[in-house]
Design a protein around this ligand. Sequence first.
Ligand code: THU
Length: 136
Amino acid sequence: MSESENELIKTATDARLRSVAPFSKFLVGAALRTKDGKVFTGCNVESASYGLTVCAERVAIWKALSEGERDFTDLVIVADTEQLTPPCGTCRQIIWEFAKHAKIVLANLRGQKEEVDIGHLLPKAFDARFLKEASR
Ligand code: THU
């Protein structure tokens, strides 16, 4: 049985508490559902180098891809902000490449949620189509 949207938000909210964010103290959780109903969670993991920090969304996507999953239906991102936290630019690129067809829902701890469209968040995205064209 697949999780409902609210269950997926709860799963991402729980994952958020596993964030390793000693520098920013900004905790983010993600939950990524596959077409078969499997759920992969992620939380942000910060490096002392700062630049090697990985966002919650990417952790969830890397976990799922590395387990062989390729088709995703839903991605939920949870942070504790009044204005719902959108994915950063790097994550937008990765979502575009690997979870383009997933319904993306941003949520906070106050019960607010909003669906966003990756095509709107990242217009004119670069992807493998351009590499194929250039190699012709
Ligand atoms: N962060 C995420 O995990 N996801 C987002 O969508 C925005 C930012 C993390 C990265 C870093 O650990 C902290 O939030 C502050 O930027």
